[in-house]
Design a protein around this ligand. Structure first.
Ligand SMILES: *[C@@H]1O[C@H](CO)[C@@H](O)[C@H](O)[C@H]1NC(C)=O
Ligand SMILES: *[C@@H]1O[C@H](CO)[C@@H](O)[C@H](O)[C@H]1NC(C)=O
Ligand SMILES: *[C@@H]1O[C@H](CO)[C@@H](O)[C@H](O)[C@H]1NC(C)=O
Ligand SMILES: *[C@@H]1O[C@H](CO)[C@@H](O)[C@H](O)[C@H]1NC(C)=O
Ligand SMILES: *[C@@H]1O[C@H](CO)[C@@H](O)[C@H](O)[C@H]1NC(C)=O
Ligand SMILES: *[C@@H]1O[C@H](CO)[C@@H](O)[C@H](O)[C@H]1NC(C)=O
Ligand SMILES: *[C@@H]1O[C@H](CO)[C@@H](O)[C@H](O)[C@H]1NC(C)=O
Ligand SMILES: *[C@@H]1O[C@H](CO)[C@@H](O)[C@H](O)[C@H]1NC(C)=O
Ligand SMILES: *[C@@H]1O[C@H](CO)[C@@H](O)[C@H](O)[C@H]1NC(C)=O
Ligand SMILES: *[C@@H]1O[C@H](CO)[C@@H](O)[C@H](O)[C@H]1NC(C)=O
Length: 659
């Protein structure tokens, strides 16, 4: 269970209400659960921590306090007096003195706990690990933009009724389990305000209504899993957790009642965070699984044999008016916005909400007229004689239209077809063309995509260990979800010190599907890309330049294959840049309409245009993608451009980047 909500959103075309913003979070969370369940059913070798997930549970009924789920937060701070009869510190029983584990993440914007919770490296890839003695941590301003997780066990030494409280600067949450299982923890208190960035002074556990927990029965000689999450914006930071026994006064939980969580250096040993599963009901998850066993169902369907319709639908010459047939000025293609966007149907989840205003840069993919889609699909079914041979349309999965007002429009049809009197379902994914002024469709000559082409991810890296691990997790999830293993990763590593690259890629999926190319010295991106592409073995392999800091949408490989055609078409999916404090679930930010760094092309075409320009773009950043776009367009080949749901670039602090 990596935080792979990004994977999720691309499945949206099959979710009826998906575009409704209010469902996004639910869908994301459900999918996280489904990932976990698929893991259990697929029973993949457990050599990677990213699939780690929690079993769905209904509460520990047999445990002391576990029968009653919290019904809300106990806002008793104003009605209950806490007298000091018998301080907890007076309990002198078996001493369980110990530390708590502290995991810290740097450079996350925002002051809300969700900013930490939704961060791609939470909870399995902390930037720093340390420990504390006693449930109190005070830090100076060096904590700006940090997120922290403190966890371990609390050991009550008397049976009875306890209450917990938390104070912090800025916001925080306190989670407690009804026993030592992480999976049964629940949020019991928090420093939170719906209207402002919440924070308190140390000791002030009455500032916000949810800072004090309800009453909780605990047993002596048992240990209970406990954790806090806290997020700091700027300035001095603190977190402290208090408890009270039998209505005594609140005291900070001291080390005598704490012990740490046993963890080794690897990610495997890090406890999951229950809050990742979020707030949706258990029943909701189960309903989803029962009737939605068909996640990424479309990608798994057998492709309809092309021969079934190619003899019925005529082939026609295809030469779009926007193909460049002259020499372009340097960077002209980018300056003049020559790579036009395509249209989609149905509406997809590509609306980037900005906190400022809805601009050209945040608009979703433009929508194809519904009547036009119906007309094209019906024509295809009829002209291809599919109807008359008992194939019927079950569903329009996705249609992409490349408009060419001069010569006519091309469509990429993705249809789900059934065959009468059988229970068979097929996938049809085909480029069709409607020349201008013609009523009929034809198959654009040469626009045959290769379903078995191998996709080579090209990934240049220097000292971004956590992001490399993020990439590995995402790619692994994508492959599991779609059952697509026809890919290979070329990592070009400039002496990374913060990750053991060979070990990280030594997983059952990736050990035979990667190469690590070691380069020394300063990060030299253009050279790195060229070196890696040289090692791609065949002219009929697809090169896919990818970046760190981006999510890998689950069906991206399939999309790359359909939209990359040797000698005819290259693919430059548009990347969504998330704002500093935004996550892939709510995706606030903008589409990088002027960025062309993520692209797919056949090796044969790459060799034709000569690859990256290593002479003019050595160490400086920016511009090399514009240079590349120019030369690609002059091949000439068509450039396919579409905002890709889930292809998000996460904000990362500049100073920790590369050199
Ligand atoms: C915690 O309680 C739940 C529910 O009673 C139980 O299923 C689980 O095994 C318990 N965990 C431990 C470690 O005792
Ligand atoms: C808690 O506070 C809310 C709003 O202030 C109030 O409506 C509710 O009745 C309170 N609950 C208890 C148990 O006091
Ligand atoms: C809790 O407090 C009540 C009232 O002060 C007292 O009667 C009771 O003995 C206390 N229980 C324990 C376990 O200390
Ligand atoms: C945490 O606990 C383990 C054993 O459970 C112990 O080996 C380790 O030293 C502890 N770490 C700290 C920082 O106390
Ligand atoms: C790009 O789209 C615009 C607006 O639809 C259109 O006017 C222009 O001709 C298109 N450019 C190309 C090269 O197709
Ligand atoms: C095939 O099945 C579909 C859906 O059940 C139905 O609408 C269609 O009429 C059937 N076609 C034939 C030729 O039986
Ligand atoms: C289709 O599936 C149904 C229910 O699963 C089954 O009863 C029926 O025999 C199947 N039909 C064919 C042609 O396989
Ligand atoms: C499709 O890709 C496979 C694998 O790279 C290759 O063997 C095959 O020749 C390709 N087919 C065509 C028609 O190019
Ligand atoms: C996954 O793909 C393999 C072939 O690559 C196939 O044998 C297997 O049945 C597929 N599994 C699922 C669950 O689709
Ligand atoms: C990869 O893992 C296997 C065992 O799973 C081990 O034998 C091998 O040495 C590892 N290779 C590297 C490069 O770490």
């Amino acid at each position: 269970m990596t935080l792979s909500p990004f994977v999720l959103l691309r499945s949206c075309s099959s979710l009826r209400f998906c575009w409704r913003r209010c469902f996004r979070v639910v869908v994301g969370l459900i999918l996280v659960c489904v990932l976990g369940l698929m893991y259990l059913t697929i029973n993949a070798p457990r050599d990677n921590f990213h699939i780690k997930t929690l079993k769905v549970h209904k509460g520990c009924k047999h445990e002391a306090n576990c029968g009653t789920k919290p019904t809300g937060f106990y806002n008793a701070t104003r009605t209950t007096t806490f007298t000091s009869k018998g301080s907890i510190e007076n309990q002198h029983l078996a001493v369980k003195a110990g530390y708590l584990n502290v995991h810290t993440w740097f450079g996350i914007c925002g002051t809300a706990v969700d900013n930490l919770r939704l961060w791609p490296h939470f909870p399995y890839l902390p930037d720093k690990r340390s420990s504390i003695w006693g449930f109190q941590r005070t830090q100076d301003h060096a904590t700006d933009s940090n997120g922290e997780r403190i966890f371990g066990f609390v050991h009550p030494q008397r049976d009875g009724i306890y209450q917990f409280a938390i104070t912090s600067d800025d916001a925080s949450e306190l989670w407690l389990s009804c026993n030592e299982s992480v999976a049964f923890s629940e949020r019991i208190a928090r420093v939170y305000s719906p209207s402002e960035s919440a924070w308190t002074e140390e000791g002030d556990y009455q500032k916000y209504p949810e800072q004090i927990s309800k009453k909780i029965t605990l047993q002596a000689n048992k240990r209970y899993y406990i954790e806090t999450l806290s997020k700091q914006g700027s300035g001095a930071a603190h977190v402290a957790v208090y408890w009270s026994f039998n209505s005594s006064k609140f005291e900070i939980i001291s080390s005598r009642f704490l012990s740490n969580y046993s963890e080794s250096k690897n990610h495997e040993s890090i406890p999951p965070h229950v809050g990742k599963l979020g707030v949706i009901s258990i029943q909701g998850i189960q309903d989803w699984i029962e009737d939605k066993g068909n996640l990424f169902h479309f990608n798994r369907l057998p492709l309809l044999d092309r021969k079934l319709y190619t003899s019925y639908i005529p082939t026609c010459p295809y030469s779009p008016s926007f193909l460049v047939r002259r020499k372009l000025q340097p960077q002209e293609a980018a300056w003049k916005w020559m790579a036009n966007e395509s249209y989609v149907y149905p509406k997809d989840d590509t609306d980037m909400i900005t906190s400022i205003f809805q601009s050209y840069w945040s608009k979703p993919n433009p929508l194809i007229d519904e009547g036009r889609v119906e007309s094209v699909v019906n024509k295809f079914m009829t002209m291809g004689s599919l109807n008359s041979r008992d194939y019927f349309l079950k569903k329009i999965h996705k249609v992409i239209q490349k408009p060419d007002p001069k010569n006519g429009d091309r469509f990429l049809l993705n249809l789900e077809l059934g065959l009468n009197n059988t229970n068979q379902t097929f996938r049809l994914s085909e480029h069709v063309y409607q020349p201008k002024g013609k009523d009929n469709l034809c198959l654009p000559d040469g626009m045959n995509w290769n379903n078995s082409a191998k996709v080579y991810f090209i990934l240049p890296v220097k000292d971004q260990g956590n992001w490399v691990q993020h990439f590995i997790n995402q790619l692994t999830d994508a492959s599991l979800l779609t059952n697509d293993t026809n890919f290979h990763v070329m990592v070009i590593d400039f002496e990374s010190k913060d990750i053991d690259m060979a070990k990280a890629f030594n997983t059952s999926l990736l050990s035979s599907r990667h190469n690590i190319i070691s380069l020394t010295g300063k990060f030299y991106k253009t050279l790195a890309l060229n070196k890696a592409v040289q090692l791609v073995p065949h002219a009929h392999d697809i090169i896919f330049l990818i970046d760190l800091h981006v999510d890998v949408p689950a069906d991206i490989m399939d999309s790359v294959r359909m939209n990359t055609i040797a000698g005819r078409m290259t693919y430059f999916p548009v990347v969504g840049r998330l704002e500093c404090d935004s996550s892939s679930i709510e995706h606030r930010g903008f589409w990088q309409m002027n960025g062309y760094g993520i692209m797919a092309i056949y090796k044969s075409d790459w060799d034709k245009f000569g690859g990256m320009n290593t002479r003019d773009y050595k160490y400086r950043w920016g511009g090399e993608d514009w240079d590349l776009l120019n030369r690609v367009m002059m091949l000439p080949v068509e450039v396919e451009r579409i905002k890709y749901p889930g292809l998000y670039h996460h904000y990362h602090a500049k100073q920790r980047q590369w050199n």
